[in-house]
Design a protein around this ligand. Structure first.
Ligand code: HAM
Length: 420
């Protein structure tokens, strides 16, 4: 019979990669404790309307990429393509937003779904770590959020990353920018793709994100929103830059940086890696001061980002970064014959009670084959138990990393493994 394979664009994750995922997740959770963010878990399935209103009906995500279907009650539901709209829905629904301080800070780690054309770093099910901070428009909050993403990536020893920063203004600055953009793009509209022709009057900011070569050519020289910021947005942007400099987060200004979701205002940012190819954004986000009210809540300023865990994993692997993870297995206990099996099983229990990760060989094999198995399992030590070992009350402990051997008493075994 034919084998059943995974759905296109969705991947299984197994050892040793799972260990890297766990390491990244543990790092995220520890960093989130430091920055005083609390975890939030929202459903994978939401009402379709949430994303149409939240992400924007004109975005590629909503127009082309959502996994939307009718449930058995004939309600239109969508597998979340991103986390922000869900978190805003949840905090609104449960009244979790304070007016002002302390600001409400949430994070999440979980799968997202977008029906995109799969390629390296682009999947149909992918995982995001995201943070969302509600209740303040202080530029210090913007700097803090960008710092979180930067810290995590640098703690994973990723090099060649670049923090790109822009401000895309607010409803006050956009009208003048729009007029100028409409004029500019109107003059070159024959050279723009069909979609960008529509965008000229609906959402010119999206043209800057178009990947069609002729559009890309014509974006050079187009007016940018950064040159049209109102006084408030301009001062805010200057303060964000100063705050980032103060905490040592390097950044470059990218006046053409726009985001693929409609809810952003003011600060927009992305962190890219040189080691990723076409899908080079490890994470991105920005301020969305109007989204909470657009989704039915009180007007609440907010900012956040999403980081693609698959892309971070690719970057760590491509750069051959040694995070010293190993397999986690410390001891492989080998009874040389059936006669030593019961004693070995008792020893295994002693090790586990001392919180040492241990596994036991359960079939009779040649000693050399046992060693190969121990190495394959990724163990640091093989603990060998034969007739002599039981008679003398000492065990032969082979350090598989150093390729050395030592006699250790049963009483000292756990301490020996812990200390080596
Ligand atoms: P986004 O830029 O659409 O923003 O996604 C954030 C990150 O998710 C990307 O930089 C990328 O690393 C990863 N990602 C996106 N699509 C895929 C895919 N198909 N395959 C693999 N990785 C992918 C958002 O989703 C916003 N919700 C971020 C945000 C939070 N803004 C404010 N708060």
């Amino acid at each position: 019979m034919e084998k059943i394979t995974a759905v296109k664009g969705m991947q299984d994750i197994f050892q040793p990669e799972v260990r890297l995922w766990q390491h990244i997740e543990a790092l995220i959770r520890s960093e989130m404790e430091t920055f005083a963010y609390r975890e939030i878990r929202t459903p994978v399935l939401e009402k379709t309307e949430l994303f149409v209103r939240g992400v924007g009906g004109g975005t590629d995500i909503v127009k082309k990429e959502m996994y939307t279907f009718s449930d058995k009650g004939d309600r239109s539901v969508t597998m979340r393509p991103e986390g922000t709209a869900s978190v805003v829905r949840a905090v609104n629904e449960h009244g979790l937003l304070n007016a002002g301080e302390p600001v409400s800070k949430y994070y999440y780690i979980g799968p997202m779904f977008r029906y995109e054309r799969p390629q390296k770093g682009r999947l149909r099910q992918f995982h995001q770590f995201g943070v969302e901070c509600f209740g303040s428009d202080s530029p210090f909050v913007d700097a803090e959020v960008i710092q979180i993403l930067y810290n995590i990536l640098t703690k994973l020893k990723l090099s060649d990353i670049s923090v790109k920063l822009n401000s895309i203004g607010c409803p006050e600055c956009r009208p003048v920018f729009r007029q100028n953009a409409e004029k500019y793009f109107g003059a070159v509209k024959d050279k723009l793709c069909v979609e960008c022709n529509e965008r000229i009057n609906t959402n010119p900011l999206r043209i800057y994100d178009c990947k069609t070569p002729s559009c890309k050519e014509n974006i050079t020289g187009a007016p940018v929103i950064l040159d049209h910021l109102c006084e408030g947005c301009s001062q805010h942007f200057e303060s964000v830059k100063r705050a980032l400099a103060q905490i040592g987060v390097p950044f470059v200004i990218d006046a053409r940086l726009v985001r693929g979701l409609d809810y952003y205002t003011r600060t927009a940012f992305e962190v890219t890696s040189k080691h990723l190819g076409a899908q080079d954004a490890l994470g991105g986000g920005g301020r969305y001061d109007d989204l909470v009210s657009e989704l039915g809540g009180q007007k609440t300023p907010a900012i956040g980002f999403g980081m693609g865990i698959e892309r971070v994993v690719i970057a760590v692997k491509t750069q051959n970064i040694d995070l010293g993870l190993g397999s986690g297995l410390r001891a492989y206990v080998v009874p040389l014959s059936r006669n030593e099996a019961e004693y070995a099983f008792k020893l295994l229990d002693i090790l586990r009670k001392a919180d040492i990760s241990a596994q036991m060989a359960v079939s009779e094999k040649k000693t050399g084959v046992h060693f190969k198995d121990a190495e394959k399992a990724g163990a640091d030590f093989a603990v060998i138990i034969g007739e002599d070992e039981i008679k003398n009350g000492t065990l032969t402990v082979k350090d598989l990393r150093k390729r050395s051997q030592q006699s250790v008493s049963e009483a000292e075994l756990a301490a020996y493994i812990k200390n080596n």
